[in-house]
Design a protein around this ligand. Structure first.
Ligand code: F0G
Length: 463
């Protein structure tokens, strides 16, 4: 007998209580947080979908591996275990541990990118873009056209526009020190990139002598999508698929807080000896010695186990299905979102849901506030607040105005998802009454983390 129910492939050994709050309490908390979800206290949040980064539950195997942590400053056994695992999955020669993904980005771009350079990517994540721009270089987003159309179905909406890549390299000889593909494409809706696209992009880069890197944060989820959607890989394991993906690249940046299944950590891995030597100097200068790079020995152990657990088929099946399950419920109610749903998150389309709010009043940000106000759910805006401000200080609204509901790994169960769906259906019924916000105060870069807001029309929801 084949049963259809997909269960959480774990049982729960330790529980962490979450707290119900009243709407009045949440209204007060929102005001105190200057209408910025990043400034809320986590204890005032019922279901926290702000990010899937570092928020996952570790397995009993990870916790027990942590007890083996070797905290030696240099040459710790834990490092060699970590290095062996990363090499086994990625095939890259040099493995530099970092405290998280953006440190790997800073070290790579700090060592390889110069002012005036251009970095093509399917879509830069916010820290990636900021680290490129901080070097005085230009972050060029070139997703395929479907990647910018939330309602259009495409199995690999994270794909890079290969013609645009070819053009960027041909038009700018000597100005493109490296190109990147982000798997899955977080800012474009958590959408996967096909093996065919990675292979072709790699071929174009190699023809131009340009190093090709993966932003590999969600490499395991991307591998699962390739297995599900790219016919030739149906019978391959996620590990085999991951290895092939990495084989087309010259290196990768990684946040182990995602598919490393750890609460902290990351790495930079690459093949070029000369570039690796420069990166190692930067690593020592800013993170730590090359065999720990800003991490404890026990963190390296947790990541080594986590990278393998992320490639487990039962786990990936449950993970991708959880997001899809929510998407089915919302689709049945006609709630606009990026389709198909992404791997780690579902992205609500705030432009469609709130067409009466101009982008200058940040519709996606307003929607994320209402999600908290009505249901105690914390989400993240990926829209005009995150991406609207240009390096020269002007405002240019991005193509997409999204609210991301990111699922921490192995944390929430089906009943949590049922609750989410119920709240979202209710909010859908309130949509015409939701109003926008304005920025009261904001820092010059990565403003979404600390900016202060207020309702643009006295209240978030009008009668
Ligand atoms: N690249 C991508 C695609 C990411 O999603 C992130 C982080 C990073 C790089 C940076 O890694 O946080 O370890 O420094 N994304 C988190 C998120 C923060 O919520 O999507 P980090």
């Amino acid at each position: 007998m084949h049963f259809h129910t997909i269960i959480e492939p774990f049982r729960i050994k330790t529980v962490e209580p979450i707290r119900q709050t009243t709407r009045e309490e949440r209204e007060t908390a929102l005001k105190a947080a200057y209408y910025n979800p990043f400034l809320l206290k986590a204890s005032d949040v019922l279901i926290d979908l702000l990010t899937d980064s570092g928020t996952g539950a570790m397995s009993s195997y990870q916790w027990s591996a942590m007890m083996k942590g070797d905290e030696s400053y240099a040459g710790a056994r834990s490092f060699y275990e970590f290095e062996r695992t990363v090499r086994d999955i990625t095939g890259f020669t040099h493995v530099l541990p970092t405290h998280q993904g953006r440190a790997a980005e800073r070290i790579l771009f700090g060592s390889a990118v110069n002012p005036g350079d251009i970095i093509p990517n399917n879509t830069h994540f916010d820290t990636t873009r900021a680290n490129v721009e901080y070097r005085g270089a230009m972050a060029l987003d070139i997703p395929i056209a479907e990647g910018r159309l939330p309602q259009v179905f495409h199995p690999f909406k994270g794909n890079m526009d290969l013609e645009a890549l070819e053009k960027a390299l041909a038009d700018n000889p000597g100005k493109v020190p490296l190109a990147m593909i982000t798997v899955t494409n977080n800012s474009g809706g958590g959408q996967p990139v096909s093996m065919a696209n990675i292979r072709a992009a790699s071929g174009i880069c190699r023809a131009h002598g340009v190093p090709f890197f993966l932003d590999a944060c969600r490499f395991a989820e991307n591998s699962w999508f390739i297995k599900m959607r790219e016919e030739a890989y149906r019978d391959n394991t996620p590990l085999e698929i991951a290895r092939e993906m990495f084989s087309y690249a010259d290196g990768c940046t990684m946040s182990a807080k995602k598919d490393g299944m750890a609460n902290i950590g990351g790495f930079l891995a690459l093949n070029d000896d000369a570039l690796a030597a420069r990166c190692k100097d930067m690593l020592i200068l800013t993170e730590g010695f090359v065999t720990y790079g800003g991490l404890a020995g026990y963190d390296l152990e947790a990541i080594a186990v986590g990278l393998r657990e992320a490639l487990d088929e039962d786990y990936l099946h449950y993970r991708i299905r959880s997001v899809e399950y929510l998407a089915e419920k919302l689709a049945a109610a006609g709630i606009p979102m990026v389709t198909p749903p992404g791997g780690h998150a579902l992205y609500l389309d705030a432009k469609e849901l709130l067409p009466h709010i101009p982008q200058s009043e940040y519709p996606a940000w307003a929607l994320s506030l209402v999600l908290y106000l009505e249901g105690g759910i914390r989400s993240a805006e990926i829209g005009s607040v995150m991406f609207g401000r240009q390096p020269d200080g002007s405002e240019r609204p991005p193509a997409l105005e999204l609210v991301r509901l990111a699922f921490p790994r192995r944390v929430y169960t089906q009943s949590h998802v049922d609750y989410l769906a119920e709240v979202l259906l209710y909010i859908n019924s309130l949509a015409p009454r939701i109003r926008g916000v304005r920025i009261v105060e904001a820092p010059p870069i990565l403003r979404h983390f600390t900016a202060r807001f207020e309702p643009a029309h006295r209240t978030l929801i009008v009668n």
